[in-house]
Write a new protein. Structure first.
Lengths: 320, 389
């Protein structure tokens, strides 16, 4: 057991950080929408899936045939992130307009919005399985879609017995940079102030001249864009996409959001990384089949003692 | 083939409408000449979602019958097709129709294990011999049926077959067994794990959820254990992803898996460089890349007749029908006499040497080994004699 721990701890940590960064990016969308609308956007996992396919589309369009390095790689990554974030963010706005706004206008109960979210989620999955993957990508809709390799699996450096590869560093770096940008956007800009004001008290925000519809749209746009970035990193790291990749990952990301404190942007980051690490560390002792059990036991234990998550619900209070 | 067992359930639900669709609408095979014509049935999913693994054995069986009829024998054979959609519910009435109306003297099939289980008692009661080319559930042989046979090894032989091959061909000191959490996968992994232990190979294992896509903790375990060979129990989607992540992390151990992963899709999923050299085992003998000998000859005849390459269970379908052909050639014309002949037959088949145990199982549990070479699946040969490329 102790031998297992020393042998596997560092490699598992690297793997946990990589997947944790992706959880965190997706978790941001759940947390922001919850913070503003008190709505759990269960179709968010499909926004992530759309983002991953958008990046595949760009990779195919650009015609990457061999892994890239240096400036070419950086340029491609920026292009992928911009396009996928735009496509995913746009899809998220569309989702809000079609699936949530009509309900919100009519003052429907939150349960109705939840059902609408589940419906939208299934609709988007089937749309990809039945039409978009076969028609746009020309691949079978229900099995893995392979993504061409854009970055080599070179070992960049080693920590103890753990090899850290270029692709893993890119995932972590990109996720952290994007999250810092988002955090600053929410904390420092006019738009961010609007989001925080709406999260704190929607009615007062309206009275103070905040256009709620604009703010809601922006929230979906930003959350969707984060999921789009997650889609790029997922496509690059795992190189296999599927119409339902969002399903399990979405549940994990939602868990991460709750773990960190739903509605809290830094909580999503912390929750995502923590979940990725806990899963992988737990697997050292109990085997990988226990990953999900371990993750959810930890969630329950944390919520028992801190019902609002590690950092608490505080999009409202984030440095007003 | 166990992968299909789950899907068969879905096919059962979906297929209720096709009950009468394809009844005894068989086409006479060959023509001309007078004399007697006996009917042999072929039963399986010919138009449903799993028809991809039933049409090749049908084509193989048809080829055997056509070749026989072309010799202008005194007693001709006719292959009558029964499209069960792989569903036990449809196989039962079709079997009754085959026995009572069409008066078949033998049946090639049913293709799947579920339908085989359902129609076995009916065939047994009517004393009609059956030979399945593809039903691999181990339990089928334990019903005490005297008229039931199959020409493939069963699922329980696959794990030990892979391990025996790896131990002989790669002489590993340490082995790692991985699977996802599906019934077929865990069964194969259990069998392989036990077989490694029995061979005195140091072995450890890990398992992940079917829906997982990040296998980093499993990869970390493999890297810490440093095995010489890895056996994966599961289907090609997960196998492809796992293989990619293992190779990305610098694992160079020989990767082997079973029939659930024997699909070109594994190469797509893992990427051609990572998939290269992967070993796959199957009770089926698919002549991928056969250029010499009986398999190449069969491939040429099959291609000329069917206008497609032999695929999964083509050779087994051909051999099953050949057993009936041989029985009739030997002068047997009743179902009872044909069964007696088949049960005692020794056939040097295209797929393998075939003889039956009293319970209808093939007497040698042949497992065939394939390897990914230059980005394509290649048949290496039977597990007892194949060599790693």
């Amino acid at each position: 057991m102790f031998n297992d721990l020393t042998q596997q701890f560092l490699p598992s940590t690297i793997g946990g950080l990589t997947i944790g960064a992706i959880y965190a990016l997706v978790a941001l969308g759940y947390t922001m929408v919850y913070g503003v609308l008190r709505l759990i956007n269960f179709a968010h996992s499909e926004i992530f899936m759309i983002g991953s396919y958008a990046s595949l589309f760009v990779i195919i369009s650009v015609g990457v045939t061999a892994p890239l390095t240096g400036i070419a790689l950086l340029g491609l990554l920026i292009l992928l992130i911009v396009v996928s974030a735009a496509v995913a963010g746009g899809s998220a706005i569309l989702l809000e307009v079609v699936a949530y706004r009509p309900l919100r206008r009519r003052g429907a109960p939150r349960l109705a919005a939840l059902i609408s979210a589940i419906g939208a989620s299934l609709f988007l999955q089937e749309l990809f399985a039945l039409f978009i993957i076969p028609d746009v990508f020309g691949r079978p809709g229900r099995i893995d879609t392979a993504v061409p390799r854009i970055v080599d699996r070179d070992v960049l450096f080693t920590i103890g017995n753990a090899q850290v590869r270029t692709d893993q560093v890119i995932v972590l770096l990109a996720a952290v940079i994007v999250m810092i940008l988002l955090d600053q956007l929410v904390a420092r800009t006019r738009i961010g102030r609007g989001i925080r004001a709406t999260a704190q008290d929607p009615e007062a925000a309206v009275l103070m001249g905040v256009n709620i519809d604009t703010i809601v749209r922006l929230t979906f746009l930003l959350g969707g864009a984060m999921a789009g970035v997650a889609g790029v990193l997922y496509a690059m790291e795992f190189e296999n996409l599927r119409f339902n990749i969002g399903f399990i990952l979405g549940i994990k990301a939602f868990t991460a959001a709750v773990l960190g404190g739903i509605g809290n942007i830094r909580g999503a980051l912390l929750g995502g990384i923590a979940l990725g690490l806990i899963e992988n560390w737990g697997a050292i002792f109990f085997g990988s089949q226990w990953k999900d059990v371990i993750a959810f036991v930890i969630l329950v234990v944390v919520l028992l003692f801190r019902p609002t998550g590690i950092l608490g619900e505080s999009l409202q209070k984030a440095r007003a | 083939m166990s992968r299909k067992r789950m899907v068969v359930t879905a096919a059962m639900l979906a297929g209720a409408l096709a009950l009468t669709a394809c009844g005894g609408g068989g086409s006479p095979s060959g023509g001309g000449g007078g004399g007697e014509t006996l009917k042999i049935g072929f039963m399986g999913d010919l138009t449903g979602e799993n028809s991809g693994i039933v049409i090749p054995p049908r084509n193989g069986a048809k080829l055997a019958i056509d070749e026989y009829n072309a010799t202008n024998p005194a007693v001709k054979l006719q292959l009558v097709e029964y499209d069960s959609q792989g569903s036990a519910d449809q196989a039962v009435p079709l079997t009754q129709q085959a026995i009572q109306q069409d008066k078949i003297v033998g049946l090639v099939g049913p293709a799947f294990s579920g339908e085989s289980k359902a129609v076995g008692p009916i065939l047994e009661q009517a004393k009609i011999p059956s030979i399945s080319a593809s039903a691999t559930n181990p339990g089928l042989a334990q019903n005490g049926w005297k008229y039931w046979h199959r020409v493939v090894a069963n699922d329980a032989d696959q794990g030990p077959g892979i391990v025996d091959f790896l131990v002989r061909a790669a002489a590993p000191k340490k082995a790692y067994v991985i699977s996802d959490d599906q019934e077929y996968s865990v069964g194969l992994a259990d069998a392989a794990f036990g077989a490694f232990q029995a061979k005195g190979v140091q072995v450890e294992r890990d398992q992940f959820a079917q829906a997982a896509s990040d296998y980093s903790s499993t990869v970390a375990k493999v890297n810490a254990f440093k095995p010489d060979v890895i056996v994966y129990g599961g289907y090609y989607s997960q196998a492809g992803r796992l293989l990619k992540q293992l190779r990305d992390a610098g694992v160079t151990a020989t990767f082997a898996s079973g029939d659930g992963s024997l699909d070109p899709q594994i190469i797509q999923g893992a990427g051609a460089p990572a998939a290269e050299g992967a070993v796959l085992a199957c009770p089926c003998n698919i002549p991928f890349g056969a250029t010499t000998g009986a398999l190449a000859d069969f491939t040429a005849r099959y291609k000329a007749a069917v206008k497609a390459d032999p695929a999964i269970y083509s050779t087994e379908g051909y051999d099953a029908a050949t057993l009936f052909v041989d029985a009739v050639k030997a002068g047997n014309t009743t179902a009872e006499a044909i069964n007696t002949y088949v049960s005692g037959a020794k056939l040097d088949g295209v797929s393998k040497k075939i003889a039956f145990k009293p319970n209808g199982e093939p007497d040698v549990n042949a497992i065939f080994i394939y390897q990914v070479k230059n980005g394509a699946l290649t048949l290496l040969g039977q597990s007892t004699e194949a060599k790693l490329g």
